[in-house]
Design a protein around this ligand. Structure first.
Ligand code: ADP
Ligand code: MG
Length: 254
């Protein structure tokens, strides 16, 4: 059986700055991988390489057994045409620090947009599924509200429902609680905990060490574009081998 995500030798530079120095990462179906690391270490760039929003300079990423961005034809890799790339990218649900909801659409409108426009799902069906997902994130009662009427935590829960509406194989989270007031962090982590418990494959970039310790199957610490340590949360967080990881965790652990 194929892996949900497999990254091999992923490299990325911006000008002279090598931001990702050859990353190898494997994620199984149903697994939750939390990525930790100091700001600027390349975590967001790596997530963007996974869904091919950034094209790696070296290495490849497979999602659900298909190589991202390319087609294998007669032993040669050919760049995918944009429509097929978009279809591939829709296998990955992305949740960002800033929610990127459409301000002129209701909550329900935000969640049905992708399925209707990208996947051609009929409105009645898209709405029925959207209401299930909004219920799952505790936002069904706000389906008719506009984003400006919601708190940050509520917006982020809608953003999660919107990503799930595309039925992705893998959910990618890039610091989903970093922009929230502290009292709103818990409700978003609670939704993510629920997703993990129901077998959603998740890659989560986060500074929430407690969440990583409790929910992650595996934790990975990235520093300066390299994986410095990876393993079970208890080992990595409580007893890291790498001195730079120890020093990083010493600064962020409560
Ligand atoms: P993290 O998410 O771990 O904070 P990022 O992946 O956002 O790190 O950034 C890693 C490094 O790459 C940073 O030094 C950042 O300034 C740089 N970087 C990211 N995106 C770009 C870009 N589009 N152009 C130039 N530099 C970039
Ligand atoms: Mg980042």
């Amino acid at each position: 059986m194929s892996l949900a995500v497999k990254a091999v030798g992923v490299r990325k530079s911006f000008g002279q700055h090598e931001v990702l120095k050859g990353l190898d990462v494997e994620v199984n179906y149903g697994e939750v991988l939390c990525i930790l690391g100091p700001s600027g270490s390349g975590k967001s760039t790596f997530l963007r390489c996974i869904n091919h929003l950034e094209v790696p300079d070296g290495g490849y990423v497979w999602v659900d057994g298909s190589i991202m961005g390319y087609d294998l034809k007669a032993g040669m890799l050919q760049e995918l045409p944009i429509r097929r790339l978009r279809a591939q990218q829709s296998q990955l649900g992305m949740v960002f620090q800033h929610f990127n909801l459409f301000g002129h659409r209701t909550v329900l409108g935000n969640v049905i947009e992708g399925p209707m426009i990208v996947k051609g799902v009929r409105r009645a069906k898209a709405e029925a599924r959207a209401m299930e997902l909004l219920d799952q994130v505790g936002m069904a009662g706000r389906a008719a509200s506009y984003p400006s009427q919601l708190s940050g935590g509520q917006k982020q829960r809608v953003a999660i429902a919107r990503a799930l509406a595309m039925e992705p194989r893998v959910m990618l989270f890039d610091e989903p609680t970093s922009a929230l007031d502290p009292e709103l962090v818990g409700e978003v982590l609670e939704v993510m905990r629920g997703l993990a418990a129901t077998g959603t494959t998740m890659i989560v970039v986060t500074h929430e060490i407690g969440f990583a310790r409790e929910v992650a199957d595996r934790v990975l610490v990235m520093i300066d574009g390299e994986i410095r340590e990876t393993g079970a949360p208890a080992q990595v967080l409580s007893n890291p081998h790498d001195p730079r990881v120890r020093s990083f965790l010493g600064r962020v652990l409560p």
